[in-house]
Design a protein around this ligand. Structure first.
Ligand SMILES: [Zn+2]
Length: 332
């Protein structure tokens, strides 16, 4: 039986770079101005790669990105036609291969649900002091906004390590919120990273009233992130970053090492990593990584979406043991 390989994409939003909004700096590490937006052309390039290579995984859509409005009523500084074009491309070209879910509401300042206004704390720090009772409506709003926009959302990604301090309450809240918003009894969560861990696989995080939450970890690091902070775009550079994930001969690299220890290679990249501050270097690296996986590992692995991985776990729960988690091991 083949092992699933999957790609997590964190932080996408229509046009707006949430990284620009929350980075806490206006510059890349090598001193160039951070770009505040990404064109739809870059999204289309991502869709082309995904279709060409058969990539599957999880793709976040942040419903209120950077506290600049929401995807239903419009976003500050984003033309309606560009917003619609973005949502339409994600629905028609990515949703068939990627499980879509919110990465909470803003990936920036937390929202007061009563007034709709931004609080002074970011969502990460906000979550740390919450309970099941207060997290449930917050998550429900995020899931509902995506469903209203026409996505089949039934799981969530933590912005940063949202909820890690109150993980049990958070898991229960997700299961309840997804059920309230959609009537679905099964849901998924991406919060944790299991790196340098033999046999790294998903597990069941919460069960209650016939509902089940499956936790899916990242099992590799985001090697493509480094492209944000360099103007380097040469072919040698692209090949060298791809090597960190899987070498040309398919014999080494972090994804291959995960497979060798019996785990599932669950790769991670952030939207800003693929965009590379507007240069798109990360897209070229992803294309090469997927090409190498398909060329070298296709007899051992098969691309799977988060929905498909969730269903694998639910079909044979006895095969998936809850790992010993380090309190700080987030997926970031
Ligand atoms: Zn994120």
């Amino acid at each position: 039986m083949k092992v699933p390989v999957s790609l997590i994409i964190d932080d996408p939003a229509p046009i707006i770079s949430v990284y620009y909004e929350h980075a806490g700096t206006a510059f890349t590490r090598d001193g160039r101005p951070l770009v505040p937006t990404y064109s739809n052309e870059l999204l289309f390039r991502f869709c082309d790669i995904v279709e060409k290579r058969g990539i599957k995984g999880k793709y976040s859509v942040i419903p209120m990105p950077g506290n600049k409005g929401d995807i239903i009523n419009g976003l500050e500084g984003v033309e309606k036609k560009d917003l619609d074009e973005w949502l339409n491309a994600v629905k028609t070209r990515l949703a068939p291969r990627f499980t879509i879910g919110p990465e909470m509401l803003t990936h920036h300042k937390a929202i007061d649900l009563e007034t709709g206004k931004a609080l002074s704390v970011n969502e990460r720090d906000f979550a740390a002091t919450q309970t099941r009772e207060t997290l449930t409506p917050y998550i429900e709003k995020a899931v509902s906004l995506l469903n209203q926009a026409g996505f089949d959302a039934f799981g969530v990604t933590s912005p940063w390590d949202f909820g890690i301090e109150v993980e049990k309450d958070y898991q229960a809240a997700i299961s309840e919120a997804v059920y309230n918003a959609t009537g679905r009894k099964n849901s998924w969560l991406f919060l944790r990273g299991l790196r340098n861990t033999p046999n790294a696989k998903p597990w069941i995080g919460h069960k209650e009233d016939g509902r089940t939450l499956v936790c899916i970890p990242a099992t590799t690091n985001d090697h493509i992130w480094q492209t944000i902070d360099t103007p380097e775009t040469s072919e040698e550079y692209v090949q060298s970053v791809a090597d960190e994930i899987i070498t040309k001969d398919g014999k080494d690299g972090e994804a291959v090492r995960v497979l060798e220890t019996g785990g599932y290679p669950i790769l991670i990249a952030h939207w800003q990593s693929l965009m590379s501050n507007g240069l798109g270097t990360g897209l070229r690296i992803l294309d090469e990584v997927a090409r190498r996986i398909n060329e070298n590992l296709s007899d051992r692995v098969e691309w799977k979406s988060f929905k498909e991985i969730m269903e694998m776990v639910l079909a044979n729960p006895e095969n998936y043991q809850t790992p010993d988690l380090d309190p700080k091991d987030s997926g970031i």
